[in-house]
Design a protein around this ligand. Structure first.
Ligand code: B1M
Length: 214
């Protein structure tokens, strides 16, 4: 079996050790680390995304794939040059759960899958008030601001963040993506967000669309 095929199978199966072994074999065969990342790792995670969409894979399996993929990423990232790294991880997403909300499992999954999709992700945690989001946007200058919320009582805080961005003249500097179980496309539209994603795989698709990548 070709090495890329083996890599793809081991990522889909969530086999960390096998991923390590195949990445080493690819490096031994003089494949460029940047190519292994984009063709092998990110390419395989796109297939995992498609399988999740079609109902062939579920969240625990997708997470195992993301962990396996990260194993390979950990080996390859130090081997790529600064220029390669800045073009591959050029788009940055800042993620946080809105004020009053401590739920972080979904946000962590979305962050991880975004990273697997080639985004640089900065997670600023949970129960984040609007002024903390503003401070972080000013500091980190992300392309995408991701707001997560799991409670019907806290998702109105997403609108507060959008309004705070407007007051700080930052609204046109960052794309806002929202998600979480009680969030819907209608809600996202009503608060003036740029995108809504119902799950982690769709979050990567939406983030790519926001960046004009697909
Ligand atoms: Co809470 N909780 N909880 N809870 N909790 C829910 C959300 C609830 C639906 C349970 C219920 O009553 N059936 C309910 C909310 C009801 C409502 O508002 N309509 C609820 C409640 C009421 C509460 C408390 C108020 C309970 C209490 O104390 N009386 C309290 C609130 C605390 C607070 O936040 N201030 C509370 C506390 C907790 C725990 C701390 C015990 C724990 C959280 C632990 C943690 O996160 N570290 C917890 C949990 C685990 C849940 C449930 C059981 C599971 C949530 C979860 O992690 N799902 C939940 C019931 C349920 O959902 N079945 C519940 C798995 C996760 C992978 O899915 O988070 O939806 P999810 O993320 C998905 C998508 O939504 C999307 O992608 C993710 C991956 O596919 N997504 C995004 C999420 N963020 C996104 C951002 C994006 C894009 C997509 O772009 C930026």
């Amino acid at each position: 079996m070709a090495l890329y095929e083996e890599l793809q199978e081991s990522i889909i199966a969530g086999q960390k050790d096998k991923v390590k072994e195949v990445v080493n074999n690819l490096l031994d065969s003089d494949t460029a680390p940047i190519e292994i990342i984009s063709e092998g790792l990110i390419g395989s995670m796109s297939i995992v995304g498609q399988k999740m969409k079609s109902g062939e894979m579920f969240i625990p399996e997708v997470l195992a794939s993301a962990h396996a993929m990260n194993e390979g990423m950990g080996m390859l990232k130090p081997l790529i040059t600064g220029d390669e790294s800045s073009s591959l991880f050029a788009s940055k997403a800042l993620m946080g759960t809105v004020q009053g909300d401590l739920h972080n499992i979904g946000k962590k999954i979305v962050s991880m899958i975004l990273e697997s999709g080639g985004f640089t992700v900065k997670d600023i945690g949970e129960d984040v008030p609007p002024d903390k989001f503003i401070e972080a946007v000013e500091q980190e200058k992300p392309d995408i601001l991701g707001l997560s919320g799991l409670l019907t009582t806290t998702i109105p805080r997403m609108k507060d963040v959008v309004e705070a961005l407007k007051r700080s003249n930052l609204r046109d500097k960052v794309r806002v993506m929202v998600g979480g179980a009680p969030v819907s496309q209608d809600f996202a539209d009503s608060i003036g967000a740029d995108a809504y994603a119902p799950n982690a795989v769709s979050a990567v698709d939406k983030a790519r669309q926001l960046m004009g990548q697909s």
